[in-house]
Write a protein that binds this ligand. Structure first.
Ligand SMILES: *[C@@H]1O[C@H](CO)[C@@H](O)[C@H](O)[C@H]1NC(C)=O
Length: 127
């Protein structure tokens, strides 16, 4: 029994530690209405997903996104981005998203980077 609990705990930790990379940029809104929440206000901790990441269960999923701090060429606003980053909720699809995987709100995007062009972020799905 102990072994089973240990293995399950290890798997959960692995899942939480899993991160991926995606091309990201921002959109300027309007943020309301949204595909997932219609006229409900969800603030600006939000993201729209492109075809590679979006599916019909994506509404309300929560992602942590951050700027890779291990690559010195990355224009990270927060060099400790692996610890902090932004937590954003999925508010809808953006189809081809102008060629990126994620469109963050403008303020979420500029909270993790100074980049004025699409760039590669690291993300992890939390919920
Ligand atoms: C961006 O950072 C500011 C200052 O820390 C914070 O007030 C704001 O909520 C952040 N925006 C988002 C979308 O998280």
């Amino acid at each position: 029994m102990k072994e089973v609990i240990f293995v399950i705990t290890m798997l959960l930790c692995l899942k939480l530690a899993t991160s991926d990379t995606a091309q990201a940029f921002y959109y300027t809104g309007p943020y309301v209405p949204s595909y997932c929440f219609n006229t409900q206000q969800n603030g600006e901790k939000i993201v729209k997903l492109g075809n590679r990441l979006w599916n019909e269960h994506s509404c309300g999923n929560v992602y942590k996104v951050w700027c890779k701090s291990d690559v010195t060429s990355q224009p990270c606003t927060d060099p400790r981005g692996t610890t902090f980053g932004e937590i954003v909720e999925v508010v809808g699809p953006c189809d081809d998203c102008n060629g990126v995987d994620m469109l963050l709100s403008q303020s979420a995007f500029f909270n993790i980077t100074t980049s004025t062009v699409p760039f590669e972020i690291t993300y992890s799905r939390l919920l």
